[in-house]
Design a protein around this ligand. Structure first.
Ligand code: HPA
Length: 289
């Protein structure tokens, strides 16, 4: 990392910076996406379904951060998904990689400047709700921003009204109509036995939660826990994008002191491999409805 990159890690992004990235992308492709999709761990296969696709490595995009996690490809793919012009992030940015929260959510304002109206976010999450099974798909109806309680919110800092208001409402962050539409899609596909709807709690990671932390999150009303999504959703709702959030329950969190099981990234990737096709089919079905 050079000096200017280090400075950037600790500063806020300005309207002109997002604009520079967006204009660069618009100059490289004729595709004008209306839907953006952020793919979670091991869920990037959706980007491979885009037709007439144009791909950019993150490192080639001006001002874009670059991804560092195994299972995260680090590519922005433009193309058509069931007839819709889309842009798809294959690999996202996380707090635990060392990015500041403004960089984690940087792409969302770029999407907004590209003309995107709807954001679909997917993630891998640990199941906190006892009724959930590994492999379930949870429609996110609300979130708990745990890092936010410690001052980590991408909307902190000077507010530029060209993006949105200073104090945005978040009680309607996850669009009700889109949630209903996803449920109808699952019904039409006959896969409602995998479907849940619940509250996603973001933690910073990279360590998985302790037993006491899992019990705390359950008490707080969270159904699933993960290390992403919330910064992007805060940014998206602030600038007026409609949001659909979907978690794949890749593991059950451990809440028993006698358990020999241990949370691990390999189990997360194994489950995503098994269920990634279903999740991709659901998103495609959703878009075609
Ligand atoms: N905890 C936090 N993040 C996760 C988990 C988990 O159990 N599973 C997948 N992402």
């Amino acid at each position: 990392m050079n000096y200017s990159e280090i400075i950037r890690m600790f500063s806020f992004n300005r309207f002109e910076e997002y604009k520079e990235t967006a204009e660069w992308l618009l100059n490289q492709t004729a595709i004008r996406p209306v839907v953006a999709i952020i793919c979670g761990s091991g869920l990037g296969g959706l980007a491979d379904r885009l037709e007439e696709s144009v791909t950019f490595k993150y490192e080639d995009i001006p001002r874009f951060p670059t991804s560092t996690v195994a299972g995260h490809a680090g590519k922005l793919v433009f193309g058509k998904l069931v007839g819709h012009d889309c842009v798809c992030m294959q690999g996202r940015f996380h707090l635990y990689e060392g990015y500041n929260i403004h960089m984690v959510s940087y792409p969302v304002r770029v999407f907004s400047q590209l003309g995107v109206k709807t954001l679909i976010v997917t993630n891998a999450a640990g199941g906190l709700n006892d009724r959930y099974s590994v492999g379930d798909i949870m429609i996110i109806k609300d979130h708990i921003n745990m890092p936010g309680f410690a001052g980590q919110n991408p909307l902190c800092g000077p507010n530029d009204e060209r993006f949105g208001v200073r104090f945005p409402c978040m009680s309607d962050a996850y669009d009700r109509e889109l949630r209903v539409k996803l449920r109808s899609t699952a019904e039409a596909m006959g896969v409602t036995h995998f479907l849940q709807e619940g509250v996603y709690c973001m933690v910073a990671g990279p360590s998985f939660e302790t037993i006491a932390e899992c019990k705390l999150l359950q008490t707080l009303g969270a159904d699933a826990v993960g290390m992403s999504t919330v910064p992007e959703v805060l940014m998206a709702h602030h600038c007026g994008l409609r949001v659909l959030g979907v978690s794949l329950i890749t593991n059950k969190v451990i809440t028993d002191y006698d358990s020999e099981e241990k949370a691990n990234h390999e189990e997360v990737l194994r489950t995503t491999q098994k269920q990634t096709k279903l999740l991709q089919d659901l998103v495609c079905g959703f878009l075609s409805m």
